[in-house]
Design a protein around this ligand. Sequence first.
Ligand code: ATP
Ligand code: MG
Ligand code: MG
Ligand code: MG
Length: 477
Amino acid sequence: MKTAEIAQRYLSYFEKNDHLIVPSASLVSDDPSLLFTVAGMVPMIPYLTGVVPAPHSRIADLQKCIRTNDIEEVGRTARHGTFFQMLGNWSFGDYFKEGAIRYAWELLTGSESDGGLGFDEKDLWVTVFETDDEAEAIWRDVIGLKPERIQRLGRADNYWNTGQPGPGGPDSEIFFDRGPAYGQDGGPAVDDNRFLEIWNLVFMQDFIDNIRGKTEFDIVGELPMKNIDTGMGLERVAFLKQGVENMYETDQVRPVLDRAVELSGLRYGAEHADDVRFRVVADHVRSSLMLLSDGVRPSNEGRGYILRRLMRRTVRSMRLLGVDEPVFPELFIASKEAMKSAYPILEQDWAQLSAAANAEEETFRRTLDAGSTILDLALADTKKSGSETLKGSEAFLLHDTYGFPIDLTLEIAEEAGLNVDRVAFDSLMQEQRSRAKADARNRKRQIADVSVYGDLRAKGETAFLGYDELEASSTVL
Ligand code: ATP
Ligand code: MG
Ligand code: MG
Ligand code: MG
């Protein structure tokens, strides 16, 4: 079953059940506290909070998402993409727990010939929040799931909240058992690799307050309007339905992986470390394409820095796979071809998307050539001196003089078996910022032309904002 067909089945099913189907919002979230749309619920926030009335009490969609906080998992787990697509259905004061559970179950286990996804119920497990007797009873008595297939978990796993006073609620997650070859028995409470999370059903029912931490807060009341918010990972269902090992091998991603393998002359499946890199490349190329398509351009701060990092990591990974020639001209088109039937805009905007990608790669290649030589020498010297830590001043020099990104220095040092003195690096960064501020103040006094001052400031002060932004972007909903 192709990825597009799974999405189609989902949307048709919910449309048939009186949901309004709405288009995906942009990856660039309207919410200023979020860099990107990280879940299907993000564009629904105004409806969920009641600030804006929903156009219909039931909505479903396929939402493009970016999760930078999953970047370290990419290629290592089977299930985490920086870009992925979340199918979701919402009820705004309409159906609640029983409706949400029944719909999810019917769609998942419905036969393929009836428009369902054809999962065998013997492969499915669920979790519920530790005190949610109601959800457990629905799974057991209404759906008829065996009690041993229902596990209770605490706040960290099964209670949704935003970390702010406001709406919260228990959730119930549905998992697919990939079998003993993938890990231990014992259900999703024990092993999240063997038991693959596919769908999260959130029951927004509580008002929470006195926030003391992610799982430390008080449930102080009930919401006047109870809502349903669900999210199913399209790529996860696709990899299960396509009988492949992970989301990077599905029809919308695999062509990029294959092209990367061809360019390298290596074989996918021969060497674990190489396989991880191939998967990272396939993921990051697609994420870059989708971000560019939503108007993000590589830069040194905010969203642009994330895009830059994804693209640069692609180039670096391909170098580590032995490919020194430009890679975006080859990989980007493979991703566009695989994604264009779902997103025809990619074809329409192709000329400018590919030009932007190729230009960024060229810039980076120049930076890399200069920086890597210097870093390699510094690492060799560090080793020779018997130390395991690259000096913060060396990392700072690379950043400051050569524009060589710190995350790359960290990555390359790690690959060479060394640490980087981050404390020293950070304090040099801090000094540089203070210096830049002082310089800017001086210049402001000296230069009457404010617009020139603005330019200088932009160059001097924003150069490294990116890394901080990246850290700050690890916001999970
Ligand atoms: P996990 O525990 O596997 O990281 P999650 O609990 O963080 O997943 P949710 O926030 O519940 O995920 O998102 C809803 C659904 O979206 C998940 O059940 C999963 O199917 C899908 N999903 C979440 N993160 C990713 C990702 N990085 N790549 C692909 N699919 C994802
Ligand atoms: Mg996660
Ligand atoms: Mg989870
Ligand atoms: Mg979840």
